[in-house]
Ligand binder design. Structure first.
Ligand code: UT7
Length: 335
């Protein structure tokens, strides 16, 4: 797919310190630990401090990824930040990350693809990594607690905050990104959105009163869409790489709901054990979720040289994205 082999050289993540448990939520809305665990698998999530913004979490995750990639930060040629909760509508959070890390005047931009954002950004970054930027910093960050309505039990139990990052760069032939499948269906835009705060409905007293600066979601419709595209996007990307689900060592899915992940595993005919799951500890962190999960796997030394890894996500847009990579581990195998 790529003319030059491009892979992930290092990963990093950062979650805020504060933990919001299901017991805490029981005191805030009419819900129960039993309902949340049985319907979603979530037990707790991390919540950013009042003065903690997307760029704060992102810069820390990015610094960790750069250190893990064992390159000097001056070698980073480009920054892409996937987020739906930027510090501000503009300037981009990627520019703020650049400044926080003290990087030189390299290009930096944000990308919005909902919870598919990190996988989308890796796909875009891999193309640009071939075009002279060499080392590309890709960050997925969301601080959904800032746009979550903590009076709406149908959404507030789901979301959490965090950031994950990866450094893309050259890897030996045969390793790295083997295939990419991206998609979108804008006819589903209404199913998951924050209605106000953009050019359609700028912030006003009325939009605040109507609670339109919070996430609105048709959970059931998104659920059905998610199960369908997790399967179809994975099947499509594996076909592009001439692989079958049996060839995949690890699936790293978007962490929205353990029932969606289990249903996708069943549809693909693979054991759910090969799907990495950490939704019980973070909830749904949107653009960050795949990045944090990948970093946990990588940091725990669970990814071996030459293993096939599928990253697959879905989200607002509606969007979906799947990537298949052959993992390159420095010092092992041909690398
Ligand atoms: O990253 C992409 C974004 N989002 C997602 O991936 C989310 C996709 N959707 C889902 O994960 C699920 O649809 C939810 C977890 C959001 C909801 O699960 P569900 O099995 O689809 O439940 P439901 O929406 O059909 O609601 C079932 C019942 C309703 O009560 P009635 O109408 O049957 O009496 C809800 O009012 O559960 C009720 N309910 C709750 N009860 C206790 C909804 N939220 C809660 C809650 N606690 N937090």
């Amino acid at each position: 797919m790529l003319q030059k082999a491009i892979g992930i050289l290092g990963t990093g993540a950062k979650a805020p310190d504060r933990v919001l448990t299901n017991a805490d939520l029981e005191r805030m809305v009419e819900t129960s630990d039993e309902w949340i665990v049985s319907r979603t698998g979530i037990r707790e999530r991390r919540i950013a401090a009042k003065n903690e913004a997307a760029s704060d979490l992102a810069a820390e995750a990015a610094a960790r990824a750069i250190a893990a990639a064992r390159i000097d930060s001056s070698q980073i040629g480009l920054i892409i930040c996937a987020t739906v909760t930027p510090d501000m509508l503009f300037p981009s959070t990627a520019c703020l990350i650049q400044a926080k890390l003290g990087l030189s005047e390299i290009p930096a931009f944000d990308l919005s693809a909902g919870c598919s954002g990190f996988a989308y950004a890796l796909a875009v970054g891999a193309q640009l990594a071939q075009g002279g930027y060499e080392y590309v910093l890709v960050v997925g960050v969301d601080v959904l607690s800032k746009i979550t309505d903590y009076t709406d039990r149908s959404t507030c139990v789901l979301f959490g905050d965090g950031a994950g990052a990866a450094v893309l760069g050259p890897v030996p032939e045969g390793y790295g990104i083997l295939g990419v499948e991206l998609g979108a269906d804008g006819s589903g835009a209404e199913l998951l959105k924050m209605p106000a705060g953009g050019s359609l409905k700028p912030a006003s007293l009325d939009t605040v009163t109507q609670r339109e600066h919070f996430i609105k979601m048709a959970g059931n419709d998104v659920f059905k869409f998610a199960v369908r595209v997790m399967d179809s996007a994975t099947t499509a990307v594996l076909k592009k790489a001439h692989l079958s689900p049996d060839d995949v060592d690890w699936f790293v899915p978007h962490q929205a709901n353990v029932r969606i992940i289990n249903a996708a595993a069943a549809r693909l005919g693979v054991s759910a054990d090969r799907f990495y799951v950490n939704v019980e500890r973070y909830g749904n962190t949107s653009s960050a979720s795949i990045a944090i999960a990948l970093d946990e796997l990588n940091s725990a030394d669970m990814l071996r040289d030459g293993e096939n890894v599928v990253l697959v996500g879905f989200g607002a847009g509606l969007t979906w994205a799947a990537l298949v990579l052959r993992w390159w581990k420095r010092g092992e195998g041909r690398g």
